[in-house]
Design a protein around this ligand. Structure first.
Ligand code: CTP
Length: 411
């Protein structure tokens, strides 16, 4: 299972903020990822959102009363000990202060004391309250105890003012959970470099040569590797995709920039996955002023860029390339596998329905020295996980080879 949140028991603590309505959306997203969600509300939180709103989504009773005789025996203890993660969203200033002090006057706070699960806190409050030294000191206390504070965003607040204090979006909270819960995944201890996007070659300060790559495949791989515990460096050409959390991101522009960034990151890396669409040519002499239109033909001289992945020489690094083709898919892909010295290549026909640039799905074929595997059309995230499964087995074979004293002797 590649999603570290799936099947996990997530406790959702809801305190009394107008952002409690966002916690309903969060509960819904968590259920969609197959998490088992229990909700604890402070009594005042129920004035913003009814417990039934959560019960209808998580299909489990909501704990609101520390002394509820109907509740499971000492529910704040049993829920706490069973949980894999405790997410407090929204967390008001009062709730954060209670957590920092170790107060236990309601079920939300009492559970925070009785659980040893990782704690995630999503503050939601007016900017002045958030920035108050008392709140900041309380947040620092929580961080120093290992809690993850998922920072609030800027925007329009309940008071009508605009400022920092809006609770983080559910997607961001789930991403924070994935990072923490995936830390012990099957790629823990491995360093993975992923490239993404289409490199850009300048013509003049306002024009450039690039390609249609959206970067979605590379970002999906970076997120999936992170969620399986890898330490990930994402070297990305400019894209419109938000920067992922928990990944070391280097933004580059040209093919030569990307080459430099890869070589600077190689030490200690186990895997290089070259999902970027690298410009094969660059303008010989980009100019530093805007070229003016004069009605005459404009001739640009293009010179070849280096083949970046072919130039990475390493005995131990697992090298994975992509071959985006429109014709003779497998013949071209196998030629690239050999010519570039790759361990594995992912071939995809970019003219096929559902597999083009910018699409959220992909239909790919994996090719290596042993043969090929045709995968059905699936989401780019699923392709990413299938690819990482293949890479993991190459890494494990290498580990076994280097640990086996009867393995191939060096000449
Ligand atoms: N690649 C690279 N450096 C380049 C061009 C491509 O590292 N200058 C990498 C890509 O990131 C990809 C693989 O090589 O992983 C294949 O890229 P592709 O563009 O399909 O192949 P090219 O070698 O550029 O060949 P062609 O454009 O003729 O298909």
């Amino acid at each position: 299972m590649s999603d570290p949140v799936a099947g996990k028991r997530v406790l959702l603590g809801v305190s009394a903020s107008i952002a409690a309505f966002k916690a309903v959306a969060l509960a819904s997203e968590l259920v969609k990822t197959s998490a088992i969600v229990d909700v604890i509300m402070t009594p005042n939180a129920t004035r913003f959102v009814a417990p039934l709103s959560f019960e209808a989504i998580v299909h489990r009773p909501v704990l609101t009363d520390l002394f509820d005789p109907q509740a499971r025996s000492i529910a704040h203890v049993s829920l706490g000990t069973e949980a894999d993660a405790y997410v407090i969203a929204p967390a008001t200033a009062d709730c954060i202060a209670g957590l920092a002090l170790g107060l236990a006057h309601d079920a939300l706070l009492a559970t925070a004391l009785s659980t040893r699960a990782p704690l995630f806190v999503a503050p939601a409050m007016e900017t002045l309250m958030l920035e108050h030294p008392a709140t900041q000191a309380n947040l620092a206390t929580l961080r120093s105890r290992g809690a993850t504070v998922v920072e609030p965003e800027s925007g329009r607040l309940a008071s009508g003012r605009v400022g920092r204090g809006r609770m983080a979006e559910p997607a961001e909270l789930i991403e924070a959970l994935r990072i923490a819960l995936g830390r012990e995944g099957d790629l823990a201890g491995r360093r993975v470099i992923v490239t993404a996007g289409g490199t850009q070659e300048p013509i003049d300060p306002v024009r450039l040569i690039s390609n249609r790559s959206s970067g979605k495949m590379g970002y999906a791989i970076a997120n999936a590797a992170r969620d399986r515990g890898a330490s990930v460096t994402l070297i990305t050409a400019p894209t419109s995709i938000p920067i992922p959390r928990g990944v070391d991101v280097r933004t580059v522009t040209t093919a030569l920039d990307m080459q430099r960034a890869i070589h600077a990151s190689l030490a200690g890396a186990d895997v290089l996955i070259m999902a970027a669409a690298v410009s094969d040519y660059r303008v010989a002499s980009p100019v530093d002023h805007k070229i003016k239109r004069d009605g005459e033909d404009l001739i640009l001289r293009l010179i070849p860029n280096p083949d970046v992945i072919a130039g990475v020489k390493s005995e131990t690094l697992v090298k994975v390339g992509f071959a985006a083709e429109t014709d003779d898919l497998l013949i071209n892909a196998r030629r690239k596998l050999e010519a570039k010295g790759l361990d594995l290549i992912v071939a995809n026909d970019v003219s096929a329905p559902g597999s083009g640039f910018g699409s959220d799905t992909n239909q790919v074929t994996f090719l290596d020295q042993a043969g090929s595997e045709v995968l059905p059309l699936m989401s780019k995230r699923e392709v990413a996980d299938r690819l990482l499964d293949r890479i993991l087995s190459v890494l494990q074979q290498r580990d076994a080879g280097s640990a086996d004293p009867s393995g191939p002797a060096s000449p």
